[in-house]
Design a protein. Sequence first.
Length: 332
Amino acid sequence: SVLYWKKKGGEGTMAMKLFMGAAPKFPWRKSASVVLAAPIEGTPTPKVVEGLGVVSKSDYRICMLKRHGNSSYMGNAVVFPGGVYDRVDSVVAKEVWGVEEGAVVGKICAAREALEECGAGLFDKDVDVGRDWRRRVHKDGMQYVRLLKEFGVKPRVEDLHLWCRFKTPDVEAAKAKKGGFETEFYITCLDAGSVRRLSHDDAEVTQLLWLTPEECLAAQRHNLIYLPPPQWTIMHELSTAAPPLSAIPSYAASPSRTLIRDHLIKPYLIVPTSGPSPEGTRTMAYPGDHLHPVYPTPTGIRRLHIKKSGMTMECNLPPDTKLSAAGPEPKL
């Protein structure tokens, strides 16, 4: 379906065209994901980019997981560890921190999913819980409480730094069997010793890849991996800003990242008024773009162009731009 909405500007009221698709059947599910960065010298050289001649500025690689081809959502996609909130996340937050909602719950979810999917414990003590505990937690989330008590550990939530938040566009949420996601993306740094313990789970994930942001983007450009827009956006920022591994925590919290970190990113498929999209290209308006229905700016351009040969970000807004909501999300 196509939704028309009105935007008032200096030249009067202008009709904007948003391609919304069918109305999603389910509400968006809360989820969390974590970007795991580790020193480049402690990570294996990825075979997927052999022969591409990639020159990396980054002194770290990111743990990426290839989803099973039979997955009901984003099969074969290369993503960060993560998943939907579980009741156990609130239970742990209540028992350890005395809260049942808020950022702590999202960080616990991200840490638990990282353990299940790739074996990254992200505990406050250096322990290896083994694959059996990973399987038990995957089968029954409440086993995570037993694991924490068994090993005398707790999730290292203070080392998980908010990077950004994404909400699945309506057109994609309508296609998913259980609906879309509202996902918090965190980032944390691992030491070289932790890398050796990581492995994929042979269930939801079939391959573990260590890639620098530059290697990841190159593999996507050459159609060697399928990288969803949130992952591409994060890798693109890491490559462009090029913070060293030691500076990632301070960079994540920097006031200069207001635009991407502090505003929920729900893209909208648009027809740009500045001209037609190139053949075969889908254009998504991000918050700050003048065509975005919730967070527009008068002359802002902030949009992702998606085509078979890769993605490109077009943006004329400073990264420290603060946005004000113009209204609620459009209703289908």
